[in-house]
Design a protein around this ligand. Structure first.
Ligand SMILES: *Cc1c(COP(=O)(O)O)cnc(C)c1O
Length: 394
């Protein structure tokens, strides 16, 4: 069984490098209080930034959607799996983010990995931030376009790459909020470069949608780019399993762009439509997001609270004004030991290691939500300081 032996050797290597991942089964729904292996844990690991995943009104909407639309779509959208409630959701999403049209996808991974090959091919060029999400990286590789990765948020490097590219069609691709760093991309400068070099600008706002900007309309709205005369060249991706608390994603932009993507995106065309009940629930989620200023204010207050209390020396809370508050530790084994010590103290904070982040930058990814309470946030910050001082050994 040579083939299996190879896999076993690969798994052993993951163990040696402290890169083996383990799933933890939570006996509770998504909320700040989890139960894992019979132990209560205070969880700082979800992307449920507004605390909507466990919101009773949203769970009711999902049940109502299932009662009205049944369990499944039955076919792909272009065959017979597209329902009136999908249209209603796409119209509501487009209106909410201020775009002409939106297309609803089953997941953000599928949206990103599908739209890049639909927009670029052999002979074209894609310019991507080095810290972009894996789904954008995979979409880029699938496209067969020339790939140019620029150092994180380095606009001068991006400009130099754009200026020397002979490609006829260019795409600049970026996360709006970087998922493992929490910082926000320089969107206005990116749009200016896209205009100067006649490029598309693909913006993945997985972590900004629902959280940033007026009524949570996202990072582009926050940057005031929604009504920009060149906004037609922006391809906006938002995901619906994070702040929106359900599942799925959307791509929004100019009506002609969306019609093209509907025709050409293989991860849209060749997959069963997402259950219409989810679209029904997502309409309620959009209403909760729009009316969610109190949740967003609470989240901002908790972010300030965590940053104010976590005064670290050797480790470092990365500069971030978003719900993603990474604590940089560096070494894979050390970050695992710290995550273990936190778990022993009753906290669930994920240790993020390569390949999710560059080698040598292993970190804890603390994520805050409107559902957390201040006492727990302060207790987490103090526990981190104690662990740093006492020295956790791997
Ligand atoms: C989570 C995430 C995705 C993938 O979205 P899913 O709906 O979970 O598949 C895409 N981009 C970024 C930046 C993300 O953080």
């Amino acid at each position: 069984m040579r083939l299996l032996d190879e896999l076993r050797a690969g798994l052993d290597r993951l163990d040696h490098e402290s890169l083996r991942r383990r799933r933890r089964s939570n006996a509770q729904p998504c909320a700040p209080h989890a139960v894992v292996d019979g132990r209560a844990l205070s969880a700082f690991c979800s992307n449920d930034y507004l605390g909507l995943a466990g919101e009773p009104a949203l769970a009711r909407a999902l049940a109502e959607g299932a009662a009205r639309w049944g369990a499944g779509a039955g076919a792909s959208h272009l065959v017979s799996g597209h329902y009136a409630v999908h249209d209603a959701l796409e119209e509501a999403l487009a209106r909410f983010v201020g775009c002409e049209r939106a297309l609803y996808f089953s997941t953000g991974y599928m949206a990103n990995s599908g739209i890049l090959p639909a927009l670029a091919g052999r002979g074209d060029a894609i310019f991507a931030d080095r810290l972009n999400h894996a789904s954008l990286v995979d979409g880029m590789l699938l496209s067969r376009a020339g790939i140019h990765r620029y150092p994180h948020a380095d606009m001068a490097a991006l400009e130099a790459l754009l200026a020397t590219s002979p490609a006829r069609r260019k795409l600049i691709v970026t996360d709006a909020v970087f998922s493992m760093d929490g910082d926000v991309a320089p969107l206005a400068e990116l749009l200016a470069l896209a205009v100067r070099h006649d490029a598309w600008l693909v913006v993945d706002d997985a972590h900004g949608f629902g959280v940033l900007g007026p009524q949570g309309r996202g990072a582009l709205a926050e940057a005031g780019l929604g009504a920009h005369p060149e906004a037609w060249r922006i391809v906006l991706v938002g995901t619906l399993g994070k702040a929106a608390g359900v599942a799925g994603a959307f791509v929004a932009g100019h009506a002609d762009l969306i019609e093209w993507l509907l025709q050409k995106t293989r991860t849209y065309v060749f997959t069963t439509g997402a259950p219409p009940a989810l679209a029904h629930a997502l309409l309620e989620s959009l209403r909760l997001i729009e009316a969610g200023d109190a949740r967003r204010a609470r989240l901002q207050a908790l972010i300030a609270c965590f940053r104010g209390h976590a005064q670290l020396r050797r480790w470092r809370v990365l500069p971030s004004r978003t719900a993603i508050q990474p604590v940089l530790i560096g070494d894979n084994a050390e970050v695992l030991a710290v995550a273990g010590a936190l778990a022993a103290a009753g906290f669930w904070v994920p240790a993020i290691r390569p390949p999710t982040v560059p080698a040598g930058t292993a970190r804890l990814r603390v994520s805050l939500t409107a559902a957390h309470d201040e006492v727990e946030v302060i207790r987490l910050a103090r526990t981190l300081m104690e662990l740093e001082r006492s020295g956790v050994t791997a």
